[in-house]
Design a protein. Sequence first.
Length: 82
Amino acid sequence: EYDHRRYTMCHELGHGFGLPHTDENPYNANLGNCLDYTDDPDENIHPGDVNMAKLSNMYLTKSRRRVQEDGTILETTQLIKR
């Protein structure tokens, strides 16, 4: 079925970008994203907001760590401007 192929493609591409499953129980309510296991893929054929936020955090941010004079570690994260 077409929706099942779209779901599988989105799911596997998500893993390729480093995303984990959002849920591994195919029998509960759909979460509306393709990293959710499902028996009804037509509701889960897009990455969804939660996975887009994870991708943004993974690929559109820059983290920097500094050690202060007192030994504490200061970490800052910035959104990369396009």
